[in-house]
Design a binder for this molecule. Structure first.
Ligand SMILES: *[C@@H]1O[C@H](CO)[C@@H](O)[C@H](O)[C@H]1NC(C)=O
Ligand SMILES: *[C@@H]1O[C@H](CO)[C@@H](O)[C@H](O)[C@H]1NC(C)=O
Ligand SMILES: *[C@@H]1O[C@H](CO)[C@@H](O)[C@H](O)[C@H]1NC(C)=O
Ligand SMILES: *[C@@H]1O[C@H](CO)[C@@H](O)[C@H](O)[C@H]1NC(C)=O
Ligand SMILES: *[C@@H]1O[C@H](CO)[C@@H](O)[C@H](O)[C@H]1NC(C)=O
Length: 369
C-alpha cells in the first residue's frame, strides 16, 4: 500500500464521491519517500524511482505505488478533485498538473513542500479552489499562482510565511475568497500586499499582526466579509479603515483589542455584524459606527466593560430595535456596584444611579460626577 503517497481520500475505491478519476493527460509529481511492488497496469523504474500509469485508462489512483517513488505520472484529464495531502512532496515541478483542465479543486497539505516552481500550475485552467496547508513554504508562490485564472478560493493555512511582498497575488482576477490562517510569524500586512485582488471575503486569522491593516484593505472596496480574529491588534483608530461600503461582517475576536476610537467604523455604511468578543475593551461607543442603525448583531462578551454612560446605548431600553447582542452576554467589570451584572440585567434604578460618567480628575480630591 502506498502509504503516505496520495491523499487518503483519493485512495478510496473509484465509487468514492471524493473524486472522479478518469484518464487523460499527465500528472507528474516529485515525491520524496522511502515497496518494491508496482501497481497493476503501471510501469515502474527502480533506477529513476518513477511510476508511470500514463494512458492506462485508470479509474482511480492505483494501489501499490512503491513508497520510495519520486516521480509519479498518472495521466488523468477528467479529474475534478485532487487531494495530495499527507505526502512527502518537496517540490511541485513545472507542468506538474499539465492537462488537468477539468480539475476544479486541489488540496496540497501536510507535506514538506518547500518550493512551487513558476509553471507548476499551468494547464489548471478550470481550477476554482486551491488549499495549500501545513507545508514548509516560506514565501507566497506568486508567479505559480498567477496561472490560475479561474481561481475563486485560495486557502493558505499553517504556514511559516512571515511577510507578504507588494503585489503578492497577481492576475487572480476571479479570486473572491482569500484565507490566511495560522501564520504565526506574520506581523504586518504592507499597503500594497493585496493590490490587484478584488475580494469579497478575506480571512487573516491566527497571526501576529499588531496593527490594523487598513492601508492594505483600501484596494478591496467590494469586501463583504472580513475576519481578522486572533491577532495582536490593540487599537483601531479613527481614519484607519477607509471606505468599505459593502462590508457586512467584521470579526475581530480574541485580538487583544484595548480600544476602538469613536468614528473608527464610519466608512462601514452597511455593517451588520461586529464580533469583538474576547478582547480587552472597556467600552464600545455608539460613535464608533457610521450607521449604528444598520448594525444587527454584536458580539461583545469576554471584555472587561466599564458600564458607564458610554454603554447606555446598548441597554435593552436604549438600543436600536433591530440590534441583537449575541454570544456570551457582555458583563460589567466596573463600576463596583455593577460588577458581574450582564448588560441585559441593567434596569432602573441601577442605570440612573451607577451608569454615569465621571469627569477626569483634575487634582487630588477634586472630582465631580
Ligand atoms: C471526459 O469527460 C467528457 C465529458 O464528460 C467525456 O466526453 C469524455 O469521454 C471523458 N474522457 C474520458 C477519457 O473518460
Ligand atoms: C520541513 O519542516 C520540518 C519542521 O520544521 C523539518 O523537520 C523538515 O526537515 C522540513 N523539510 C524540508 C524538506 O525542508
Ligand atoms: C509576535 O510578535 C511579538 C512582538 O513583536 C514577538 O515578541 C513574538 O516573538 C512574535 N511571535 C512570533 C511567533 O513571531
Ligand atoms: C469586483 O468584484 C465585484 C463583486 O464581485 C464586481 O461587482 C466587480 O465588477 C469586480 N470588479 C472588477 C474590476 O473585476
Ligand atoms: C473567523 O476566524 C476564526 C479564526 O480562524 C474562526 O474561529 C471563526 O470561525 C471565523 N469566523 C467565521 C464566521 O468564519
Amino acid at each position: 500500500m502506498a502509504e503516505g503517497m496520495m491523499g487518503k481520500k483519493d485512495m478510496n475505491p473509484p465509487a468514492s464521491h471524493h473524486c472522479h478519476l478518469l484518464l487523460g493527460g499527465a500528472l507528474l509529481l516529485l515525491l520524496v519517500s522511502s515497496g518494491l511492488s508496482c501497481p497493476a497496469r503501471c510501469e515502474c523504474s527502480a533506477q529513476s524511482k518513477s511510476v508511470s500509469c500514463h494512458r492506462k485508462r485508470l479509474a482511480s489512483i492505483p494501489e501499490g505505488i512503491p513508497i520510495e517513488s519520486r516521480v509519479l505520472d498518472l495521466s488523468l484529464t477528467n479529474l475534478t478533485r485532487l487531494d495530495l495531502s499527507h505526502n512527502r512532496l518537496v517540490v511541485l515541478l513545472d507542468h506538474a498538473f499539465q492537462d488537468l483542465r477539468r480539475l476544479s479543486s486541489l488540496e496540497v497539505g501536510d507535506n514538506e513542500l518547500v518550493f512551487v516552481s513558476q509553471r507548476a500550475f499551468t494547464g489548471l485552467l478550470g481550477l476554482q479552489s486551491l488549499t495549500l496547508e501545513r507545508s514548509n513554504l516560506t514565501v507566497i508562490p506568486t508567479d505559480a499562482l498567477a496561472h490560475l485564472h479561474s481561481l475563486v478560493e485560495l486557502r493558505m493555512r499553517h504556514l511559516s510565511i512571515s511577510f507578504l511582498k507588494p503585489f503578492s497575488f497577481k492576475r487572480l482576477s476571479r479570486l473572491r475568497h482569500l484565507e490566511i490562517d495560522y501564520w504565526p510569524w506574520l506581523d504586518t500586512l504592507p499597503p500594497l500586499s493585496l493590490h490587484g485582488l478584488n475580494l469579497t471575503s478575506l480571512y487573516i486569522t491566527n497571526t501576529n499582526l499588531s496593527a490594523f491593516p487598513g492601508a492594505a484593505l483600501r484596494s478591496l472596496p467590494y469586501l463583504t466579509h472580513l475576519n481578522l480574529s486572533f491577532c495582536r491588534i490593540r487599537h483601531i483608530q479613527q481614519g484607519e479603515l477607509g471606505e468599505l461600503p459593502y462590508l457586512l461582517e467584521l470579526r475581530l475576536q480574541g485580538s487583544q483589542l484595548l480600544s476602538v476610537e469613536p468614528f473608527a467604523f464610519t466608512g462601514l455604511k452597511s455593517l451588520q455584524l461586529l464580533d469583538v468578543s474576547h478582547n480587552r475593551l472597556d467600552s464600545l461607543e455608539r460613535e464608533v459606527f457610521g450607521s449604528p442603525d444598520s448594525l444587527q448583531r454584536l458580539c461583545l462578551g469576554g471584555n472587561p466593560l466599564v458600564c458607564d454612560c458610554r454603554m447606555l446605548w446598548l441597554l435593552n431600553s436604549h438600543k436600536p430595535p433591530s440590534l441583537h447582542i449575541l454570544d456570551v452576554q457582555p458583563e460589567c467589570s466596573a463600576p463596583e456596584h455593577l460588577h458581574g451584572k450582564s448588560l441585559r440585567e441593567l434596569r432602573e434604578p441601577l442605570v440612573s444611579r451607577y451608569m454615569t460618567c465621571t469627569k477626569p480628575r483634575i487634582g487630588p480630591n477634586t472630582h465631580s460626577s
